[in-house]
Design a protein around this ligand. Structure first.
Ligand SMILES: Nc1nc2c(c(=O)[nH]1)N[C@H]1C(S)=C(S)[C@@H](COP(=O)(O)O)O[C@H]1N2
Ligand SMILES: [Mo]
Length: 319
């Protein structure tokens, strides 16, 4: 079984993390906001100052029973090996360049086919539902994977709050579009803003979360601060970062990857070892930072929980 009771974070991971943080503190030494953080001043996420609050401990996080029991990737791996094309296409670009993203204040417009459309402030959104630690595997379409201790809340909590109308069949998510803050958007690698989508029942599934943190702390920018989607049974690109808009719509959204390459990417993008990407096999994956490969599991190992969403669908056709 992939999902069992959440294990405690291994002490080796914590050591790795504190080393990273002390290095980071050294780099940021002299920053007034950091000094006030160290002095135990008001939580930095209320201050509106960016780099100071990434790394702030999130209070009252409950461990979820919907976590995998696998060993966690280190904080360093999770925050230095990223895909976030708004900051470049190399894995180490986001860690280097995402510092320019200002994530407070931040609003998320929830609109479309809902009875209660609303522009939420990020701090208001974070109070919508108790924060939980969800340890999930992330399986990238590029055939590598990681195990990440997210902090977030079920997307279903937001869905319930805004009351979708009977016309709402899909949910569309949009990333911030601001080439000043996101220099990668000056290049046409994808159509900007980054767009993703889920069918309504997928979005309402208890495993789909909106994440605001990892390793118990506010999300680093490179991981999609201040709010990103995590859908663990789908390839990583569905887990859209730095969301500013969530639209409830009648028709299937046109996602960035489908527009970029319709023959290689479908709307569903469920992890499926039996259907290869046109240019490589999806049968196996490399767990970062290992080099040996392991077998990829159907729905990334979450089949017991999600297979019923697709009963009767030909998963070779609906990729
Ligand atoms: N806005 C946006 N979201 C994005 C991406 C991106 O380039 N832009 N990359 C996706 C891909 S391909 C993956 S594998 C995951 C990586 O998430 P991580 O860097 O937090 O591990 O983010 C996804 N979300
Ligand atoms: Mo990915």
């Amino acid at each position: 079984m992939l999902i069992r009771n959440a294990p405690d974070i291994k002490s080796s991971e914590i050591t790795d993390k504190s080393l990273y943080l002390s290095r980071r503190k050294f780099l940021l030494a002299g920053s007034a906001s950091l000094a006030s953080l160290a002095a135990g001043a008001a939580p930095a996420w209320l201050s509106g100052v960016d780099e100071a609050y990434a790394g702030t401990k999130l209070p009252g996080v409950q461990k979820s029973r919907l976590s995998t029991g696998e060993p966690l990737n280190s904080f360093k791996d999770i925050t230095t090996y990223n895909n976030f094309y708004e900051f470049g296409t190399d894995k180490d670009d986001p860690a280097q360049y995402a510092k320019t993203l200002v994530t407070r204040p931040w609003t998320v417009a929830v609109e479309g086919e809902v009875k209660r459309p609303k522009i939420y402030g990020i701090d208001e959104l974070m109070k919508l539902s108790p924060l939980e630690e969800r340890i999930y595997r992330l399986r990238c379409v590029e055939a590598w994977s990681m195990v990440i201790p997210w902090v977030g809340f079920p997307l279903s909590a937001l869905i319930k709050r805004v009351e979708p109308t009977s016309k709402a069949k899909y949910v569309e998510f949009l990333t911030l579009h601001d080439p000043k803050q996101m220099p990668g958007q000056r290049r046409g690698v994808l159509e900007w803003p980054y767009v993703e989508g889920l069918r309504m029942d997928e979005a309402a599934h208890p495993l789909a979360i909106l994440a605001v943190g990892l390793y118990g702390e506010v999300l680093p920018n490179q991981n999609g601060a201040p709010l990103r989607l995590v859908v663990p049974w789908k390839y990583g690109f569905k887990s859209i970062k730095s969301i500013v808009k969530i639209r409830f719509v009648e028709n299937q959204p046109a996602t960035s990857w489908m527009k970029a390459n319709p023959s290689e990417y479908g709307f569903y993008s469920n992890v499926n070892p039996d259907v290869d990407h046109p240019r490589w096999s999806q049968a196996r994956e490399r767990r970062i930072p290992e080099f040996t490969k392991r077998k990829t599991l159907m729905f990334n190992g979450y089949g017991d929980q999600v297979a019923q969403l697709y009963s009767g669908m030909d998963l070779r056709k609906y990729i």
